[in-house]
Design a protein around this ligand. Structure first.
Ligand SMILES: [Mg+2]
Length: 227
């Protein structure tokens, strides 16, 4: 059956995902901008505490307030009082993407344009929030490019749950057999999409996936041979 839609994960697939170290540095830059200075180690400790108290797996049920709540735990751990911490927690959430560097992998843009020229429906299915997808797409000049952008707060559901894939296909009015999914996570993207009956490709840019039973590509250019 011909492929009518191609769906992508975002972090690690379309854009370089920030490492923990980079995340800590972003917190540091924002805190400094508001006149507060802590060592990176101290921020890392507070970040670890917040990660333990509010695990990222809860993003789908907490929804859009997740990062404000996360920041609040982190800032209180740094010793801020409740009111100051709440204001700043909201500020960090609002200004995060002004401080974060976001870059598309170099093979992404030419291939996306080629897929668009072939009249394929294109979409993002991310385990981030919708607002984060929007910010990132704005930063890489792809605002309005995709036919659909699905985050965990779109259906209150996270990959690898098959529902998030099936509901996205419904929005695009395509069947699983007409869809190709590309992502860098074996569990969330590859297995999740396959459980929904979608053909999936694992993108392994550093060739670090050794499991030979997995259908994989090493660059976006290889994608074109699957269409
Ligand atoms: Mg990813």
């Amino acid at each position: 059956m011909t492929i009518k839609a191609v769906l992508f994960d975002m972090g690690g697939t379309l854009i370089t995902a920030a490492t923990l170290e980079e995340v800590i540095k972003i917190y540091d830059k924002i805190l400094q901008a508001y006149g507060m200075s802590y060592s990176l180690d101290r921020i890392a400790k507070a970040h670890q505490k917040a990660s333990r108290q509010l695990d990222i797996s809860r993003l789908a049920d907490v929804g859009k307030d997740f990062w404000v709540m996360f920041n609040l735990i982190l800032l209180k751990d740094l010793g801020m009082d409740k009111n100051q911490a709440l204001d700043l927690a909201k500020t960090i959430d609002r200004e995060w993407w002004d401080y974060a560097d976001v870059e598309l992998y170099p093979d992404v843009l030419p291939v996306l344009h080629e897929l668009k020229a072939r009249k394929l429906k294109l979409g993002i299915v991310s385990n981030g929030l919708e607002s984060d997808i929007e910010h990132v797409m704005k930063k890489v000049n792809l605002e309005g490019f995709f036919d659909v952008e699905v985050g965990v707060d779109t259906f209150m559901c996270m990959k690898p749950n098959r529902e998030v894939f099936l509901k996205t296909l419904k929005l695009l009015q395509v069947s699983p057999k007409e869809t190709l999914f590309v992502g860098d996570s074996l569990e969330n993207d590859y297995e999740g999409a396959r459980n929904a009956g979608i053909r999936a490709l694992l993108i392994s840019r550093r060739n670090n996936v050794t499991n030979c039973e997995v259908e994989k590509i090493h660059s976006f250019w290889e994608l074109l041979s699957f269409l």
